[in-house]
Every structure is written in C-alpha cells, then in structure tokens.
Write a protein that binds this ligand. Structure first.
Ligand SMILES: C[S@@+](CC[C@H](N)C(=O)[O-])C[C@H]1O[C@@H](n2cnc3c(N)ncnc32)[C@H](O)[C@@H]1O
Length: 419
C-alpha cells in the first residue's frame, strides 16, 4: 500500500469529527470516505478540501507507506507524466515539427483545417493545435493515442490521475491473457499480469459507464506509453532479448492531454485511401511508411493490447494474426496507392513527407515510391515545391546510409475538386 490516511482518522478522533460530519464539512461523498478508509488514492482536490476543514498541511492527513518490493519511488507514482513525443515510434516526425510548421506558415494561407492521415503518434497533428484537426491511422493503437491527445470529448483529469495512481500501486493480481502468452518475453511475468489487469479493468470501467470513450483512450494510451518505456526490445516487437533482466517496472504515466480540445477535431481508424474520399480540409499532411516494414508487424503487441480481443499468438515473437492491417504503402503497389490517394485529395494544400533513400539502403530500407513517380503524381495535381531538412536515417537493417534527408513536398492544388 503506498498511501495511508491513519493521520487523518486520528485527527478526526482527536477533534471528535465523525465521518458523516467530515462528509458535510468537506462536501465529499460516502464513496470518498470509503476510499480513505481503504487507503486508496483520492483526488488532490479532495485532499485540499480536507486540509481546509482541519486548517492543516497535507502531511498532517496522509503518509506514503512504501514497500521496497514495489521498486517504484513515490515521486514516480504521482509525478510521472508523458508528452506526445515520449514514444519510441519508427518514422515519428517530432524533431521535424519546427521545420514543418515553418514551411506551412511561410507558404500557405488561410489554413484553418488540417488532416494528418497517416498520423502514427500524432506528433505532426500536435503542431497544429490552433487549427481544427483530423487524425487517422490504420492501427487501432495509434487511433486510441490520437483520440487521447486530440479527441473532442471532455475528460475529467482528476479521475484519470486517481485511476492511474491506483493502477501503479496495485499488487497481487490474478494471472490473465497477457501472463499466459507473454510472461518473461517483452516484459516480466509480473508486468505482463499488470498490463492484462489494467487493460481488462479499463474495458470494464468503460462498459459500466464509469469512464467515457476518450477517458478510455487516455488510459489505454498511458498503458502503451508505459509499455514502450520498459519493453525488452530495441524499440519494436519483432523480437525480444533472451535472458534479459527485467529491472524496470511498469509505471503508467499521466498523459499531459488537454481536458478539452477543439470541438471540430475528428479521429479516424481506417485506410487513408478510403478516408480521403470523404474529407475536405485546407491542408492534408501525408506521411506513409517508406519501406517494406509493416507497422502492424513492428507494433503487433501494442495493437493486441489496444484491441483487447485476446487472439491466439504465434512464433517466438508472439504475433497475432495481422490480416487486414497490412499497408499497401509497404508493398510494390505503393505507387498506385499514392496516385489514387492524391487524386482523391480535396484540399488547398498537400504536404507530403518522404525521405531520399530511394536506393541507398538495403532492400528492406529502400523507399517504395521513386522520386520520378512522386513528381509525376503531384505535378498532375498542382504546383510542387520541395523543402528539405537533414534527418537521422530510418533503417530497417544495418546498412550504412549517408546523406539522408527528410523531404517535404508542398503541392498547391490547382483545382480543388473531387474526381
Ligand atoms: C511514417 S509513420 C507516420 C509517423 C507520424 N507522422 C508521426 O510523427 O508519428 C506511417 C504511419 O502510417 C500508418 N499507415 C500505414 N498505411 C496506412 C494506410 N493505408 N492508411 C492509414 N494509415 C496507414 C502506419 O500505421 C504508421 O503509423
């Protein structure tokens, strides 16, 4: 148990204040009294009100009782937060945001709506918080993260803080799907059990109406961020390191999500080529995979936990069936898919990210769409300008790649109409 209110109950006794009297004076419910009696976390606002009633400091009503086997500092239980960039995600553009936003601000006018239709972590959408945002990704795990950051439903942050603090301190959990299938692979047995418990509990709370859809997304996203931080991998889930010592425990962070976002924001989870037929925005940002590496292979475990359908898993990497999650952009059909996508874009501006690795890496790393095709397809839609920034290479293998640049193709669309 990490928190204890013994001091509060002693204080009440010494001042002859009953629970009913405290409920009245502090305007708190019987439910909160019950949480206090069971040494469960309550919101900082509740503690503040109680301190006001007794005219005392926080440490006069509570203590942290810290069990060494938890191996988590109390400060971590309360203070660990995470921002959108705190994920290990291949191809994420967080470091390019300044460059990207500059290109838009200097070259585009009257941009009020932005669609990030291969949004991944949502980093690029986060550079346009002053606009109405559309996000989309084929992976449900990314959809949930995007909904957490940009969804238009209001979330109750103290409730989320409370739930996360409870998840972080809870121990002695029953084994579950995660323990049975993943113990001591990507995570220790205890952390697998915790992951499965938290995911199940979040789903139950959502089904019971205790949390809304965006609150559910924030909690699952917190779990994804926590998993990412300690996974026994080199950043992706194609393999796990045998014989690893699991010395870091799972601690869920509270994501620094806004309680409210722009009411016109929308988040989708579908093939960008389908979505693009239904949306009309000022700027469409396009950042598809560059090479043959399927994101559903790389992040299958996060996807499994996000979907929570508990499918059978196979092989050493413990992958579920990923049919339906494969991207054409990782195949020889990438150019055709890109051409169809651009033809259907209904926007004033199209901003397309693609690096210059056409044939510089190994076969797996090489870009799937040639520069020639990119220019042919974009030129047919509008006037194209290219901006570039030096960037760290994105490789699937160990090839030595030099002179890698991340390029932004800005297409000012000539005639804005659907085909
Ligand atoms: C290069 S990453 C995007 C990274 C993102 N800009 C960021 O900063 O995190 C490409 C993303 O496209 C998604 N994806 C691949 N094919 C897709 C498709 N056909 N429709 C929608 N999303 C797709 C992948 O799941 C992956 O998250």
């Amino acid at each position: 148990m990490a928190i204890a209110y013994d001091k509060l109950f002693r204080l009440m006794e010494s001042q002859q204040i009953t629970s009913t009297a405290l409920m009245r004076k502090a305007n708190i419910s019987g439910n909160i009294i019950s949480c206090l009696r069971h040494n469960e976390y309550v919101s900082p606002e509740t503690i503040e009100t109680i301190c006001r009633v007794f005219q005392c400091r926080v440490d006069a009503v509570l203590d942290f009782k810290f069990s060494p086997e938890m191996n988590i500092a109390p400060s971590e239980l309360f203070l660990r937060t995470a921002n959108i960039q705190n994920r290990r995600y291949l191809g994420n553009k967080f470091k390019l945001l300044k460059f990207l936003r500059n290109v838009v601000d200097k070259n585009c006018t009257a941009v009020e709506t932005v669609a990030d239709i291969f949004s991944g972590t949502g980093a690029v959408a986060s550079a346009f918080m002053d606009k109405a945002i559309i996000t989309n990704d084929l992976l449900y795990s990314n959809y949930l993260c995007n909904l957490a950051w940009f969804g238009r439903e209001q979330v109750h942050l103290p409730l989320l803080e409370n739930l996360i603090a409870n998840y972080n301190q809870i121990t002695d959990l029953p084994t579950n799907y995660m323990t049975d299938n993943f113990a001591d692979t990507y995570f220790s047995e205890a952390d697998c059990t915790k992951i499965g418990f938290v995911r199940e509990d979040v789903e139950e709370k959502y089904q019971l109406g205790v949390i809304n859809e965006r609150e559910r997304a924030v909690l699952v996203a917190s779990l994804i961020y926590a998993m990412d931080r300690i996974a026994n991998t080199c950043g992706h889930y194609d393999a796990w390191r045998h014989g690893a010592i699991f010395d870091r425990r799972l601690v869920l962070p509270l994501l620094n999500v806004p309680a409210e976002n722009n009411r016109q924001n929308r988040c989708f989870n579908e093939d960008a080529n389908e979505l693009v037929k239904r949306i009309r925005v000022d700027l469409i940002y396009i950042d598809p995979p560059y090479n043959s590496r399927q994101y559903s292979d790389t992040y299958h475990l996060l996807e499994n936990v996000a979907r929570w359908q508990k499918p059978p898993v196979h092989g050493v990497a413990r992958k579920m069936n990923r049919a339906g999650l494969k991207s054409l952009y990782c195949t020889s059909k990438a150019t055709d898919a890109f051409e169809e996508l651009i033809q259907h874009c209904d926007a004033k501006y199209i901003l397309f990210s693609y690096n210059n690795m056409a044939n510089k890496g190994d076969a797996r790393s090489n870009a799937r769409i040639s520069d020639e095709d990119i220019f042919r397809i974009l030129n047919a839609k509008g006037d194209v300008e290219v901006f570039s920034a030096k960037y760290k290479p994105f490789t699937a293998g160990k090839s030595d790649i030099r002179g890698n640049e991340e390029r932004l193709f800005l297409c000012k669309v000539r005639q804005r109409s659907k085909i």
